[in-house]
Design a protein around this ligand. Structure first.
Ligand SMILES: Nc1ncnc2c1ncn2[C@@H]1O[C@H](COP(=O)(O)OP(=O)(O)O)[C@@H](O)[C@H]1O
Ligand SMILES: [Mg+2]
Length: 139
């Protein structure tokens, strides 16, 4: 067993904190620099979404990150308890954004999908969102 669990407030400083922490956590398996970089980018997108969309900038919001490495595969879940997504299928589409006015590209989920091996999004309106991703680290 090799697990990681972190609970933080929805502060933008925690975006880089979680990004770096998960990157550091993965180095124990000796992944390539590119693999680490892909993972950090995906974490960054998921945490930013929780802060910006889930909590709309309310720093009292809580973000839970849990991760494990099993057989050289990273499994990571990022959860918020914010506003939730009414239509997940639509949210996953390239360029779909509900914050176009704030210069969001609508490519966050696209990036997570292409940089990780798997992506699963579950969300309940008014209750929150969980983003589950995995990626093989070596081999
Ligand atoms: N954690 C979240 N809570 C609520 N809504 C979310 C969350 N993550 C994503 N969304 C919704 O999904 C849309 C698409 O997300 P994304 O692909 O990252 O694009 P962007 O962040 O640029 O809008 C967002 O505009 C938002 O409406
Ligand atoms: Mg986004």
């Amino acid at each position: 067993m090799d697990i990681l669990n972190i609970k933080v407030n929805a502060l933008s400083a925690n975006e880089s904190f979680l990004r770096s922490t998960v990157g550091a956590y993965c180095t124990r398996t000796n992944p390539s620099i590119e693999t680490i970089s892909d993972i950090k980018t995906a974490i960054s997108e998921a945490v930013t979404n929780a802060i910006v969309h889930g909590y709309s900038g309310d720093i009292k919001g809580i973000i839970d990150l849990s991760a494990k490495i099993e057989d050289n595969v990273l499994y990571v879940t990022i959860s918020d308890y914010g506003k939730g997504i009414s239509n997940v299928e639509q949210a996953l589409q390239d360029f779909y954004t509900t914050k176009a006015d704030e210069e969001r590209s609508g490519l966050g989920f696209t990036i997570m999908q292409s940089f990780m091996d798997t992506l699963e999004v579950s969300s309940i309106l008014g209750e929150g969102t969980s983003v589950k991703m995995s990626k093989r680290l070596v081999g």
